[in-house]
Design a protein around this ligand. Sequence first.
Ligand code: BG6
Length: 485
Amino acid sequence: MAEVESLCDIVIFGGHGDLAFRKLLPALYHLSSNGYLDQKSRIITATRVEMSLEKHSNLVKEKLKEFLKDDTFDETKFKHFKEQLEVVIIDFSDDNSYQGLSELLKSEPQRERVNYLSTAPDFFGTICKSLSQWDLITAQSRVVLEKPIGRDLESSRVINEGVLKYFEESQIYRIDHYLGKDTVQNIMALRFSNRFFMPLWDANNIDHIQITVAESVGVEGRWGYYDDYGAMRDMIQNHLMQLLCLVAMEAPCSLDADSVRDEKVKVLRSLRMMTPADIEQKTVRAQYTEGVSGGEAVPAYVDGAPESRTETFAALRVDIDNWRWNGIPFYLRSGKRMRKRNSEIVIQFKAVPHSIFANKGRCISENKLIISLQPKESIQLQLMNKIPGLSEQMHLQPVELELNMPMNTKHKPDAYERLLLDVIRSNPTLFMRLDEVEAAWKWADVILEAWGEDVVPMKKYSAGTDGPTAAIQLIARDGRSWHDE
Ligand code: BG6
């Protein structure tokens, strides 16, 4: 059994939404049944839908059965979990509807409180205001903000200011679920606990870095949200930027939240702002057309959103203007309905200065460190090795040193489990600070504005492929290619 955590009330605003059922409740179920959450802690769903507690519990049970991975639903565990569930009916725009929540929370006035805002961001400020008016914010309260936090710097400021009127920055947890993935955290372990990489991790030894987050799924019924955001706002500005920060940052002086976030923000501030000419040459945006995905014919993106000018794919060359990365490009790409689900970071080292091997005309491949995030979780180091045998000349071949990370337990914790537990433990290291969000928007806004003015034409790619040819040309212009298997 795990160490039991402090008592805590968790309120999920938007608690009958997709994220709550798919991610938050399964994560809390695991935390509770594995002893990470005190059994007296309450999980309070705040929803607009009129529903009795019995009906709500049955719905949660049904959804857990649907969404729990690895077949981990267990009747006995659910019986305990059910005891923790509560439901309150709240219309977020009606301040008077908080009576039920107020009574519930005030019945345990000393408890730590986690308010998880899984609603449209327009409600963030309104909900915080109501919590304050009902006197439900204590020094032990925290608030978790789901992305998207705005569509640009200005709207993100409005949202953040709305929350900051009622909560201190130290009480705000802005979630980016990529930071809760084990492999993503492992980037820090790999870089800062192995001497091996330290002297090689710079512009003298690295040729370039690629970060790919490719999804085979489409928009999955999230048109209303997605068509307003697109790949740049939905993935690049947050998830890929966070990965870039972890790869590029300097060693923090400790693992405490501000030391880590100080280093990440320095990277974001060192991102080279693109000029209009850069945007034309170094960015690609595209939409998928009909094609074949997972062996099935799938419609074009615009079938769900006619007239849409929203990109479902983005690729960019990003430069970081600091001593460590001077002149070293970071190529980022992310798209929906791609050939396969594949998220990885490829660190491509420079070639050896001079080759003494004949190697039958074949070139010596440069070393690569491949950090695979999904679907496989692994770290692979590609090296050159001698082909065994008695041939007169020494011939070489690339070999792979593979570091897999097997887990001994049946259940592999999801990113949301880690992050919810961190909120309960009051550890904000893996959450974005205000200045990080703002620095990322500042950089992205310039590109988004130019795209909005059609400075870069919208390309097309067939669903089920590796994206538009323009993305291949983007990297090929620099004499490089994407790491696609
Ligand atoms: C979310 C995006 O933040 O991340 C989705 O809004 C995307 O569009 C998802 O599908 C990808 O997450 P993961 O963990 O499946 O890679």
